[in-house]
Design a binder for this molecule. Structure first.
Ligand code: SF4
Ligand code: FE
Length: 480
């Protein structure tokens, strides 16, 4: 297992192409816009070395060697439950998305689907995958899970698009591998990942074999470009301030990742044209990642609840009955998310490969709640914070010798807290609800692991409505 320091060092050897605000950035490890994101990812390494967290954060590989949790395969419902608990801990520690779960969910998905493809089609994908898994475990790598294609005209299938590259596809087959072209959007943590695991974005049809493709490549492979996504208030990180950032140490990033005719060697290909398994892969991955959100978002929610309660304390209203009721409501909503994450884990089952998968219906219910409840938690936090959160002057004004003392005097609230502390907690709430952190807590809750409608489709598909109707009809005395 790598330490956090070894992880950061390992990134410096990678020769990747990263663009931020219109410029290619060579030193992406130290870039102020990206560094908080690296710090959050590094916590997945750091906690694995802390004795208090070893039980949650360390697992064993097939040979009994210690591996980081984020490279492990789920061997029971205990592992699935442990996952949700670990993600909550990391959400609490970083207050944001720590970006390592997508690749982990991709590994578990491939362990299931490669086995099933081999059983049905006599392919050798499982062996390729297991070799790859050992490599990832031995070097303790971060894998970026790349699923979402840019999709072009939503009314057209991949092979019907005017531009055939709008879904990532094979453009050439060679004896030793394939050449791929396309782009994956919203790639969480891509810049700080060692590897990219590409998967199809939807169930492909017979005429879409070139799009039914799964593989893994190093993230600095020739032809791979990372173009960083903007986040609201991101350039505050260039101002040399800390209060105004709210969560100065931790953050997350997404990138548009371009695959400009990238070579993939044969041994790194885990699906190539088996369209009949592409839907199984997508749904399995989605179920795992919809479970993940019941852990990480609950952890981030804990921070936001704590921030709202602190703001109330600094304002001197912590004991007011309506504040206490609102805090209790936030806790109730947040624990609902966690309960869903735990429930789909507890009801998980072993698939044919032996890997445990969550209960798919409950995982989709989990994520459907995640598309809604954090918004209400954020609304309550804003309610408690008050308008000053969005109208108060900047940190530089507070430090200004001419006007700083006015800010200190007039923005003080409770006599037991400082103006600066009050500003810090309000900025934290601002960042989590409408600044850089809102990407992870709000929009990602809505669209990450699939937008709300994707869960509705799965909930409908997983529900035995006939059974429910027969229960009702029996009790009502119909058809006796
Ligand atoms: Fe992990 Fe949550 Fe971020 Fe997804 S949104 S990568 S589950 S922390
Ligand atoms: Fe996500």
């Amino acid at each position: 297992m790598k330490t956090a320091e070894e992880y950061v060092e390992s990134l410096k050897d990678l020769n990747r192409e990263v663009y931020i605000l219109g410029e290619r950035v060579e030193d992406f490890v130290e870039h102020p816009i990206l560094r908080p994101s690296l710090n959050a990812l590094a916590m997945t390494y750091q906690l694995a070395w802390e004795p208090d967290h070893e039980e949650l954060m360390v697992r064993q590989d097939g040979k009994g060697r210690k591996v980081n949790l984020f490279t492990s395969i789920h061997e029971g419902t205990d592992d699935l439950i442990n996952k949700v608990q670990a993600l909550r801990l990391l959400g609490q520690t970083t207050g944001t998305c720590f970006q390592r779960c997508v690749g982990w969910d991709a590994l578990n998905t491939l362990s299931i689907v490669t086995y099933e493809m081999d059983a049905a089609l006599s392919t050798d994908y499982q062996k390729r995958f297991l070799d790859y898994l050992s490599y990832v475990q031995e070097h303790d790598l971060v894998c970026n899970g790349a699923m979402t294609d840019v999709k072009g005209d939503r009314n057209r299938r991949p092979h019907e698009q005017e531009d055939l590259d709008l879904y990532l596809r094979v453009i050439e087959r060679r004896d030793d591998g394939i050449l791929v072209r396309g782009a994956k959007a919203h790639q969480t943590g891509s810049v700080f990942s060692h590897e990219i695991i590409v998967m199809p974005t939807l169930a492909m049809r017979a005429e879409e074999k070139d799009y039914a493709i799964a593989f893994a490549i190093p993230s600095d492979s020739p032809g791979v470009l990372h173009i960083l996504g903007r986040q609201s208030s991101d350039t505050r990180k260039l101002e040399g301030v800390s209060i105004d950032l709210g969560n100065a140490n931790f953050g997350a990033h997404e990138a548009l990742v371009i695959f400009d005719d990238v070579f993939v060697p044969r041994e790194r290909i885990f699906m190539d044209g088996e369209v009949e398994f592409s839907g199984r892969l997508v749904e399995t991955f989605a179920a795992y990642h919809r479970q993940s959100y019941g852990g990480c978002k609950a952890g981030v929610g804990d921070v936001l609840i704590g921030a709202a309660a602190s703001a109330a304390e600094f304002n001197g209203v912590a004991r007011a009955s309506h504040i206490r009721r609102k805090i209790a409501e936030m806790v109730h909503l947040n624990e609902t998310l966690y309960s869903c994450g735990l429930a789909c884990s507890l009801c998980g089952n072993a698939e044919a490969s032996g890997t445990y998968l969550v209960d798919v219906l409950l995982a989709n219910v989990c994520k459907q709640n995640v598309t809604r409840l954090p918004y209400e938690i954020a609304r309550l936090a804003e309610d408690i914070a008050g308008g000053l959160m969005v109208t108060m002057p900047s940190e530089k004004d507070l430090r200004n010798p001419k006007v700083g003392h006015y800010i200190d005097k007039y923005l003080r609230a409770s006599s037991t807290s400082s103006t600066e502390d009050r500003m810090r907690i309000l900025r934290l709430i601002e960042s989590m609800t409408m600044g850089t952190g809102a990407v992870a807590y709000r929009s990602e809750s809505m669209h990450g692991a699939g937008s709300p409608e994707a869960q509705v489709i799965m909930i409908e598909r997983q529900t035995d409505l006939e059974h429910k109707m027969s229960l009702a009809k029996d009790l009502a005395g119909i058809g006796r």
